[in-house]
Design a protein around this ligand. Structure first.
Ligand SMILES: [Mg+2]
Length: 306
C-alpha cells in the first residue's frame, strides 16, 4: 500500500510496529538512528516516516528539523512517536512541520487512522504538484509541436540576451519559415499541415544543442535563439536543419493512402550587436534576412546584411 520508514532506536519498538504495519499491507523500512535514516533516504523514497522523539545522539526533533529544511524530503509526511504526551515535545514537533503525533501506548487503530489521514493529504498534495507541473507545460509550450510557444520563447531568449550583453558573449537569432506552407495545407488538408509542423519541429530540435531555445512563434514560423554562438558557428546547425528538412520527404500516411510531401524552409539569421538593447531588434533583422531568403528563391540560409 505505502512504504513507511520507521525510525526508532529500540529494536523491539520497531518490530512491534513493523508487524502491525505489514499486516495492514504496508512495506516497512527501518532505521535505528537519525543518521541511519538520512543514509537510507538517499536511496529510498518512503511515503511516510514514523519518527521516535527520544533517541540517543540525534533526537527525533533534530532529524525532523533536517528533513523539513531539505527540499528533497520536506514533502514526506512525518508522524512523531512519543513516549508520553508532554506538551512541549508535541508542540515543538508540530511547529517544526510534523504532520501528527501518536503516543507509544495508543492502540494500533489510532496510529493506522492517523497514518491514513496523512497519506491522504500527501496524495492530494502530490496530485496538486503534478497538476501545476502540467499547467506550467501548457503555459510554456506549443500544444501541437511541443516546442516553446511564442511568449516563452521570447521570455527565455530575453534572459539569454541580457546574459550575452553582460558578459560580451555572442548570440545568434534565426527565423525559420516553411516554404509555401499554404499550398501544403491546401493540398493535404489541415491534418496534413499539422503533421508537417510536428515532423518539422522534431527534425529541427535534433539539429540544435540543449542550450539553444527553439520556439514556434507563428503558424509555420519558428525561431531559434543560440547563446554563445557567433555567425560562423551558427552556420553548421542551420545548414543541418536545412538539409534535415529538404533531404527527406515528409510522410503524411493516412489509413488508405500513402502520401509524401517535399518540404523546404527559408532561414534568416543575425548576430547580436552592440545596439541590441532589446531582443526584438535582433529578431527583426533575422526576419528581414528570412524574407531575403524567400526572395532569393527559398530553401536557403541568408545572413542579415544591413
Ligand atoms: Mg527511543
Amino acid at each position: 500500500m505505502a512504504t513507511i520508514l520507521l525510525v526508532d532506536d529500540i529494536e523491539d519498538n520497531r518490530k512491534l510496529l513493523e508487524f502491525d504495519l505489514e499486516d495492514d499491507g504496508h512495506k516497512v523500512l527501518e532505521a535505528d538512528s537519525g543518521p541511519a535514516a538520512l543514509e537510507l533516504l538517499k536511496t529510498e523514497k518512503p511515503d511516510m516516516i514514523l519518527l521516535d522523539v527520544n533517541m540517543p545522539g540525534m533526537s527525533g526533533l533534530e532529524l525532523l528539523d533536517i528533513l523539513k529544511k531539505d527540499k528533497k524530503y520536506q514533502s514526506i509526511p512525518v508522524i512523531m512517536v512519543t513516549a508520553n504526551d508532554m506538551d512541549e515535545e508535541i508542540t515543538a514537533a508540530l511547529d517544526k512541520g510534523a504532520n501528527d503525533y501518536v503516543i507509544k501506548s495508543s492502540s494500533h487503530l489510532v496510529l493506522a487512522a492517523r497514518m491514513r489521514t496523512s497519506l491522504r493529504l500527501k496524495k492530494s498534495q502530490d496530485d496538486l504538484r503534478r497538476a501545476n507541473k502540467y499547467l506550467e507545460i501548457l503555459a510554456t509550450t506549443d500544444g501541437l509541436t511541443a516546442l516553446y510557444n511564442r511568449r516563452h520563447f521570447f521570455e527565455l531568449s530575453k534572459k539569454e540576451l541580457s546574459k550575452a550583453r553582460r558578459y560580451s558573449r555572442p548570440l545568434v537569432v534565426a527565423m525559420i519559415d516553411i516554404d509555401h506552407f499554404k499550398k501544403i495545407n491546401d493540398e493535404n488538408g489541415h491534418d496534413g499541415g499539422d503533421k508537417v509542423l510536428i515532423e518539422m519541429a522534431k527534425r529541427m530540435r535534433s539539429c540544435f544543442r540543449e542550450s539553444d531555445i527553439v520556439g514556434r512563434i507563428g503558424g509555420e514560423e519558428f525561431a531559434v535563439c543560440m547563446p554563445d554562438t557567433d555567425i560562423d558557428s551558427a552556420m553548421l546547425p542551420l545548414e543541418r536543419v536545412l538539409k534535415a528538412v529538404s533531404g527527406e520527404v515528409f510522410s503524411l500516411s493516412r489509413v488508405h493512402r500513402e502520401r509524401v510531401v517535399n518540404v523546404t524552409i527559408s532561414i534568416g539569421f543575425s548576430q547580436l550587436i552592440e545596439e541590441d538593447t532589446e531582443l526584438t531588434k535582433a529578431v527583426r533583422r533575422a526576419d528581414a534576412a528570412m524574407y531575403q531568403a524567400k526572395n532569393n528563391g527559398r530553401n536557403r540560409i541568408v545572413e542579415y546584411s544591413g
